[in-house]
Write a protein that binds this ligand. Structure first.
Ligand code: FUL
Length: 472
């Protein structure tokens, strides 16, 4: 871990969320922003990097992306369902967690719910006695992956949808998932809120749902329409080049923060924003509150979320997945990669090939880190206020990727950095530059051959704490 020169303030105080006072100066706001840190569950989640999303359900068999709750449950009949195949492939591909669509917007449940008959019990699969959630959660435990649940608030089948009773129904279903399937790592709530079977829309009781999750599975992340991770803003696998985990939340009342200063605050669902700039100095200068709210990047390995035969042959290649890795994990975000099982109930051959190829490519790309072989690594002196780190080798090395990580348990601080190398004429030449680092930042550039390289922090909100670097 390298602690670069400090900005002078010494009394460190960290928050998961902080109120901006009307008379705070810009310097105060920047200092506060630099001291907003992840909760333990956010920190643990960030370190996972790779989570698999699995869209599977009645839609798989109806070949629909958005079934409307009227498809016959008898369609659900995988011929060769094998949860262990999914999980063993994911494990070999380096995934750490799996998130299953236990109920999508069509309302069909992949577990025998006591509160509806629109579930597996009405299907011919295993004579109506099967439980996909159970088999997948057990396979995850067997292979050492975490398990999470997607439960769609929008339910186009349930008759109570659009009335206050629906919130009780939802709590009952959520309770089933949170109590019958062991530890839950993540609960994913989609933002979609359409009409139910009676043409009514539902007012979701998020507060009640969040409290239930915190009570029954306190370690679980509540993502997207939840306080712990935000949607990155697109479904293409691309996080921002400047991806701040410290962002304003316009729904948070500063008074509420004060009241909850000693306890954990449950943040109300915030407006999902697709803005390019979520956390620059300009944005935070207008904020009333700042929270740690990291980005999760969801994208599908096939064009659609659920299996559809029209997507056959269009599976993303290992190279495309590697590019997505660079634009998601490599931009301070977790990757949530969807792999939809086909009608057999298994991952198809193309998906398996891409996933395993993706793992091979990561291994090949990152196997040789030149930094540990440097003959010296020192704090670099430069014109910048914040200095940097300089590496020297006895013989020159050729590289084209740089990786940097901040110790985010102490916040996200770096605003701008460059990677430079010493040219033959003895001057420093820029190889690549970036803005935010956060949990992890990867930069790719044209190959460079040099024997002196330095990371220069050009701008930061407070003492940068760089805890990981790599040169490949
Ligand atoms: C969207 C849903 O409407 C899609 O069907 C899919 O589940 C995706 C991950 O989220 O909002």
């Amino acid at each position: 871990m390298v602690l670069l020169p400090s900005c002078g303030r010494t009394a460190e105080k960290y928050y998961n969320h902080v109120a901006i006072d009307p008379d705070d100066s810009m310097e105060d706001i920047v200092w506060k922003a630099a001291h907003v840190v992840p909760s333990q569950r956010q920190l643990d989640w960030q370190r996972l990097e790779l989570t698999a999303f699995v869209h599977f359900g009645l839609n798989t068999f109806a070949e629909k992306q958005w079934g409307n709750g009227s498809d016959n449950p008898e369609l659900f009949n995988p011929t060769d369902f094998d949860a262990e195949q999914w999980v063993s492939v994911l494990r070999q591909a380096g995934f750490r967690s799996l998130l299953l669509t236990c109920k999508h917007h069509d309302g069909f449940c992949l577990w025998p719910s006591a509160y509806t008959d629109y579930d597996l019990t009405a299907s011919p699969w295993k004579d109506g006695k099967g439980d996909v959630v159970k088999e997948v959660s057990e396979a995850c435990r067997k292979y050492g992956l975490l398990f999470g649940v997607y439960l769609s608030p929008w339910d186009m089948h349930e008759q109570t949808y659009g009335t206050p009773e629906y919130n009780d129904f939802f709590v009952n279903q959520l309770t089933e998932l949170l109590t019958q399937y062991g530890p839950i790592a993540e609960v994913w709530f989609d933002g979609a809120c359409g009409e139910g079977p009676n043409g009514r829309k539902q007012e979701y009781d998020f507060d009640r749902w969040y409290k239930l999750i915190r009570k029954l599975q306190p370690q679980a992340m509540i993502s997207i329409m939840g306080p712990d991770a935000r949607w990155v803003g697109n479904e293409r696998g691309i996080a921002r080049k400047t991806e701040w985990s410290v962002v304003p939340n316009e729904k948070l009342d500063p008074a509420m923060i004060a009241e909850n200063s000693q306890t954990e605050l449950i943040m109300p669902p915030t407006r999902v924003t697709m803005d390019e700039d979520l956390g620059s100095r300009e944005v935070i200068s207008k904020a009333r509150t700042l929270v740690w709210y990291p980005a999760e990047t969801d994208v599908s390995i096939r064009p659609s979320w659920f299996y559809s035969s029209k997507d056959d042959g269009c599976t993303k290649s290992a190279e495309q997945l590697l590019n997505i890795y660079f634009t998601s994990v490599g931009r301070n975000s977790n990757l949530l990669l969807n792999i939809p099982p086909d009608k057999t109930g298994r991952f198809g051959a193309d998906e398996v090939e891409s996933l395993l190829g993706f793992a091979q490519l990561r291994k090949k790309t990152f196997w040789h880190d030149f930094l540990p072989e440097a003959s010296s690594a020192t704090i670099a002196r430069s014109e910048s206020d914040w200095g940097g780190i300089e590496w020297t080798w006895d013989k020159s090395v050729t590289f084209s990727i740089f990786m940097a990580q901040e110790d985010i348990s102490q916040g996200q601080r770096v605003e701008e950095f460059t990677l430079e190398y010493m040219g033959e004429d003895g001057t420093w030449i820029e190889a690549a530059s970036g803005t935010t680092i956060g949990y992890k930042r990867l930069l790719r550039f044209e190959p460079v051959t040099a024997s002196r390289v330095r990371l220069v922090i050009k701008s930061a909100r407070h003492t940068p704490v760089i805890c990981g670097t790599g040169l490949f």
